[in-house]
Write a protein that binds this ligand. Structure first.
Ligand code: GTP
Length: 381
């Protein structure tokens, strides 16, 4: 039987994705103006999954308020909240009472993928293993679970986060099918990792299988990868309804947005509800403007995520950056490869570059920072 139920792990703190996750939990951080986990729910519903259980902890109430009962995504969502983090295996086992008999899909809550769950589920049934993991190839597997696959599809070895490894390899993509018997390997009510405590044992017993998918895969756990996920949705490299909504022009402008006829929108781009773009401004390529965001006259926004309520003043330049909601960039300021946390206020005439990341609520006065000058000064001395 192909699973019709899923557990989605959403209890982590998402520390690596700060400042995006400083005030908003990672599963509902917006990706092209939709809560991230909506993309997972959409894919589950597409493959016939009827019920998803969120295993949550950190900011659980925010996730529940945002996603509700799942009706908007075509399936039922229930919540099991941990009092303290139980680790990946402990978290799944903690959901046992809420699950039906039979196998289940498990998703890490930070994986963007259009994985073919029907094929994954079918292979799992055919091979009769205890678990089947969706595998994807990455250039540097050191921060993932590295998998060596035998010719019959069995996982010969599972190594969680191997410190040393040269070259590309197959990794655990954070999406798998489990038989309920796997719960017997998990000690109840305590911190336990499926990657360290369960998968290596199943591999040794010959009952862990892998499925190498052709589909798109990315974990959105860091600012670089969160920005790249936006690019991939806009470029329609990954199959999503948000990407489809861009249509053949690769350009979406919400009906309530106000774009000056003298502004330039360069696709791919997404302009959200009530966003305003003034004359002489350029937005795109690869830019997302959230609801109510404002871009002033002559300003340029390229390859960036501009969340709801952000204000970019006249003649500012924002490139390869993430501006979390309600932040502000003053006139003529230039931001390159930066991240501003919620409610940051960068005064006019500043120049920030090279991975600068400001904590929520940070204020920079006018002309306070010229990071390019500082870099140049260091090179010259
Ligand atoms: P970082 O703090 O940036 O490492 O992120 P994270 O806390 O999300 O950890 P990681 O990326 O390793 O977690 C992968 C997935 O498992 C994420 O979707 C987490 O929400 C989830 N997760 C990790 N640990 C737990 C846990 O103890 N309980 C639950 N319910 N989910 C967890």
């Amino acid at each position: 039987m192909i699973p019709t139920q899923a557990v989605i792990l959403v209890g982590g703190a998402g520390t690596r994705l700060r400042p995006v996750t400083s005030r908003v939990p990672k599963p509902v951080a917006p990706l092209v103006e939709r809560p991230f986990v909506a993309y997972i729910l959409e894919n589950l519903a597409r493959h016939g999954v009827e019920r998803a259980i969120f295993s949550s902890g950190h900011l659980a109430e925010v996730v529940e308020a945002e996603i509700g009962d799942g009706a908007a995504y075509g399936l039922t969502v229930d919540y099991v909240v941990e009092e303290e983090p139980l680790g990946t295996a402990g978290a799944i086992a903690n959901c046992a009472g809420a699950l039906d008999d039979g196998p289940l899909f498990v998703f890490n809550g930070d994986v963007l993928s259009d994985v073919d769950l029907t094929t994954l589920g079918r292979l799992h049934v055919e091979r009769r293993g205890m678990a089947t993991i969706y595998l994807t190839a990455v250039e540097d597997p050191r921060r993932y679970g590295l998998v060596e696959l035998a010719s019959d599809g069995r996982v010969a070895q599972f190594l969680e986060k191997p410190g040393e490894h040269a070259g590309p390899a197959l990794i655990n993509a954070g999406v798998y099918v489990l038989e309920p018997e796997v719960f017997e390997l998990i000690p109840p009510g305590r911190l336990f990792s499926i990657e360290r405590g369960v998968f290596p044992r199943l591999a040794q017993a010959g009952s862990l299988y892998g499925y190498v998918g052709e589909g798109y895969w990315r974990d959105i756990g860091t600012p670089e990868s969160y920005l790249q996920a936006h690019v991939d949705v806009l470029e329609r490299v990954v199959h999503t309804t948000a990407g489809e909504a861009l249509g053949e022009t690769y350009r979406y402008v919400a009906p309530s947005a106000e774009v000056s006829p003298e502004a330039r929108l360069v696709p791919p781009c997404y302009i959200g509800d009530g966003a305003r773009v003034a004359a002489g401004a350029r937005v795109g390529p690869l830019a997302v403007l959230g609801a109510g965001a404002r871009v002033g006259a002559g300003a340029v926004v390229v390859e960036s995520v501009v969340q709801s309520g952000v204000e970019i003043a006249d003649h500012a330049l924002v490139e390869r950056s993430i501006l979390v909601r309600d932040s502000r960039v003053g006139a003529g300021s230039q931001l390159s490869a930066c991240a501003l946390g919620e409610g940051c206020d960068v005064g006019a005439g500043n120049r920030l570059t090279g991975g600068i990341c400001l904590a929520p609520g940070t204020t920079l006065p006018d002309s306070a920072v010229d990071f390019r000058e500082q870099l140049r000064g260091r090179e010259e001395s």
